[in-house]
Design a protein around this ligand. Structure first.
Ligand SMILES: Nc1nc2c(c(=O)[nH]1)N[C@H]1C(S)=C(S)[C@@H](COP(=O)(O)O)O[C@H]1N2
Ligand SMILES: [Mo]
Length: 220
């Protein structure tokens, strides 16, 4: 290959080395270069704000259930014990809320959506999921976003049970999208053959919500 006979510091080599440092052309979200960590229009906070529709349901682990419905081969209703019996994973990720705050380095524990999908086994036609929560909140995700390697159904934050105000006992965290996609107090996940709008998506928010493209609100 022509590359191999290039002198060490030729222009092309230097450019390529710079690209490597910047992570240029990398497609993985997790390997995003540090300089690009804060999405456009966001500012950092140290605390963790609480945002929701104003009704925080009190759901004990005894009462909590997760109904898995729609286009899956393994329709299940998981209770707390069944959920705890699934492989448990730790992950660290950043939060980006559409109201412009971001919070770095949150340590979560729970079930990765990968392991969850292994269990429920989506059918070929499934392309999207609709999440429904105990407060009546809904939000939609493409299955490809739900299946992201950093997406996790969490029960713990910083080594402690997830607090009620932040969605305990069980919420979703999809860190590569704005935080409204991360449903608190989840109760139901339905697999669908098309992407349908959830609560905020019906009320003017973007269907996908990528913070790096500032997909805050829908165009129409
Ligand atoms: N069930 C439920 N989940 C929800 C919401 C909600 O109102 N109800 N609000 C969303 C919005 S708009 C945001 S910004 C985050 C806030 O999560 P936090 O309160 O833990 O910061 O939760 C999301 N998940
Ligand atoms: Mo939000």
């Amino acid at each position: 290959m022509a590359d191999e006979i290039e002198p060490e510091d030729s222009k092309l080599t230097i450019t390529k080395r710079k690209w490597a440092e910047q992570g240029k052309f990398l497609t993985g979200r997790i390997t995003r270069p540090e300089t690009d960590r804060l999405p456009p229009g966001q500012h950092l906070v140290k605390n963790w704000p609480v945002l929701d529709l104003g009704q925080q349901p009190q759901v004990s682990t005894e009462r909590w259930k997760l109904d898995v419905r729609g286009l899956v081969n393994n329709r299940r209703t998981l209770d707390w014990a069944a959920f705890q019996a699934l492989p448990q994973t730790g992950m660290r990720s950043d939060i980006h809320c559409v109201t412009t705050w971001s919070r770095y380095d949150n340590n979560w524990k729970g079930v990765s959506t990968h392991d969850f999908l292994d269990l429920v086994d989506p059918q070929e036609e499934a392309v999207a999921v609709m999440l429904t929560s105990y407060d009546g909140y809904t939000t939609n995700l493409l299955l490809s976003d739900f299946a992201s390697p950093d997406a996790i159904i969490v029960t713990e934050w910083e080594g402690k049970p997830l607090s009620e105000e932040h969605g305990g006992p069980v919420r979703l965290v999809v860190p590569h999208l704005y935080f409204w996609k991360s449903a608190k107090w989840i109760n139901r996940i339905e697999f669908l053959d098309r992407d349908q709008a959830g609560f905020w998506e019906k009320n003017g928010y973007h269907m996908r919500g990528d913070p790096w493209s500032e997909e805050r609100y829908s165009d129409d």
